[in-house]
Ligand binder design. Structure first.
Ligand code: BDR
Ligand code: CA
Length: 311
């Protein structure tokens, strides 16, 4: 029986964990990638866009790729070279882009995909939510065409870039505020769950042993990404962004709770915090736990779907 695939737009700031999230998405027979859009976050928009093109070339993603907005809605860009390196995706050598960038900016490509789709499309947002918010501001008439927004961002119990705020939300809190208030169902994979999505060195080796080019590159990405985290006390690489894809393809691996999540946009100490509670109607399904071993197995199975050079 033919499986009905979920149409998705992948929007991220790759980034090692964004790249692995896209690997998982491309490997899944449940997802139909309609567009890929870059966000300013881990690195400048020029660098994340170049990385997006290289990743799509590596993975055999043929959907159009468009460049996102160069800066958050209000603030100056905030980048994370300490985590992802100067290129935003340091580590293994990647193929040069084999496709051209779309002539449309990300928001207009997203709008075109939504307009042309006969069914609502899911956005998978693994960087700051600038493009998604700009889309909602520029094309409110297309809101009905967005089925869900599955984001990696925030943390109910803590932050990582500040005690209260996680990087993707802190980089553009106004954008996150627009997304969470939009009325569109949000699936939130914050630090509560993504810091449990730990991939250990023994898992890197299982992935590498699969033996194809994507497997080797994913193992190298994991090693690079882990180095930063090892130095600050993690026992493995916290694969934040892939959890936003797991939410769509293997929700059985996750423990969730519906919550009202509000974004702190003003506080001196808490700007960018995701305040989760039950005093108002829930606007998000918040992932709070993950079957770690099941997640590691899912990654190993995903890399097996790739051939020696490409999919
Ligand atoms: C998030 O920040 C980025 O560095 C990662 O790609 C992930 O999206 C984790 O806080
Ligand atoms: Ca990211």
């Amino acid at each position: 029986m033919e499986v009905k695939r979920i149409p998705v737009i992948l929007d991220g700031d790759p980034g090692h964990d964004d790249a692995i999230a896209w690997m998982l998405a491309q490997a899944s027979p449940l997802l139909d990638i309609r567009a890929v859009t870059s966000a300013c976050g881990n690195q400048t928009i020029e660098k994340t866009t170049y990385n997006a093109l290289r990743i799509c070339t590596l993975l055999g993603i043929t959907a159009p790729v468009a460049k996102g907005r160069p800066a958050p809605l209000l603030e100056k860009p905030m980048n994370a070279p300490s985590v992802h390196g100067q290129s935003g995706l340091d580590g293994p050598v990647l193929p040069e882009p084999a496709m051209d960038l779309s002539e449309l900016p990300a928001v207009e490509l997203m709008a075109r995909v939504l307009r042309e789709s006969s069914e609502p499309v899911t956005l998978v947002v693994t960087g700051p939510q600038t493009n998604a918010a700009a889309l909602l501001l520029a094309h409110p008439e297309l809101k009905e065409k967005i089925a869900r927004i599955s984001i990696m961002g925030g943390g109910i119990s803590h932050g990582n870039w500040t005690p209260a705020a996680e990087f993707n939300i802190l980089a553009d809190p106004e954008a996150a505020d627009i997304v969470f208030r939009s009325g569109i169902p949000v699936i939130m994979s914050g630090l509560d769950v993504t810091e449990q999505a730990l991939i250990f060195p023994k898992d890197f080796e299982r992935i590498r042993a699969v033996g194809n080019r994507v497997a080797r590159i994913v193992a190298d990405w994991l090693e690079f990404f882990y180095e930063f985290h090892r130095n600050i006390g993690y026992a493995g690489a916290p694969l934040h962004d892939p959890v936003a894809v797991v939410s769509l393809i293997r929700p059985d691996l996750l423990q969730t709770k519906p919550m009202c999540v509000e974004i702190e946009t003003r506080g001196e100490y808490c700007r960018g915090a995701t305040v989760g509670h039950d005093r108002k109607r829930a606007n998000a399904l918040v992932n709070l736990g993950i079957d770690r071993d099941g997640f590691a197995d899912l990654l190993v199975e995903a890399v097996k779907t790739y051939g020696e050079d490409e999919r």
